[in-house]
Ligand binder design. Structure first.
Ligand SMILES: [Ca+2]
Ligand SMILES: [Ca+2]
Length: 182
């Protein structure tokens, strides 16, 4: 009974497995910065209004701010809208699924409207506050290894790595029981 090829296959598999797991851990670490909240403050003089009519529907005239996250692989993710609220004191969005900042290419602010919503500003996530078109964006991030790993495994390379781990494990099981079958 010649067991050498099985041993060799086994060691190659162990090497591949270590490489696959190590690359996953490394990539997950790189992608672990997670977006937790976005705060938008209107810093200009005159904030937009839905209408300028005096006396009637003054509350409804306040803007209706909404946010989109632009996900690199899944497209636009719409967050909730703050209906009829000024952003002069700052409005926060913090109740949404966690995403790696590596996956979010841009954040877009708009005013929701029944007919056509108006885009107000689109910025990239940054450590420092960003101001565009009189809106200041502040981002809060947190480190999350889980989110980084999920993000990496969601990429084509990450998916290939998961498949290779699965295949290697199958080959290892085959190599382990192979000698007993031959
Ligand atoms: Ca409104
Ligand atoms: Ca509106």
């Amino acid at each position: 009974m010649n067991t050498v090829p099985y041993k060799l296959v086994g060691w190659i598999c162990v090497g591949l497995l270590i490489a696959a797991v190590a690359s996953s851990l490394y990539m997950a670490k790189l992608r672990s910065t997670t977006l937790k909240s976005v705060k938008v403050t209107f810093v200009g003089e005159e904030e937009l209004r839905d209408h300028d009519l005096p006396l009637i529907k003054q509350r409804e005239a306040l803007p209706d701010y909404g946010l989109y996250l632009n996900h690199r692989r899944h497209g636009r993710i719409l967050l909730n809208t703050h209906l009829d609220q000024s952003a002069k004191e700052g409005l926060a969005w913090d109740d949404f699924e966690e995403y790696s900042v590596e996956d979010i290419s841009a954040v877009r602010l708009f005013d929701e409207d029944k007919i056509i919503s108006e885009d107000l500003a689109e910025v990239r996530i940054s450590a420092e506050p960003v101001t565009l078109n009189e809106y200041q964006f502040e981002f809060t991030v947190e480190e999350s290894f889980d989110v980084g790993l999920k993000s990496f495994w969601d990429t084509p390379v990450g998916t290939a790595v998961i498949w290779s781990i699965g295949i290697v494990l199958l080959v290892m099981i085959g190599a382990a029981i192979g000698p007993y079958l031959s």
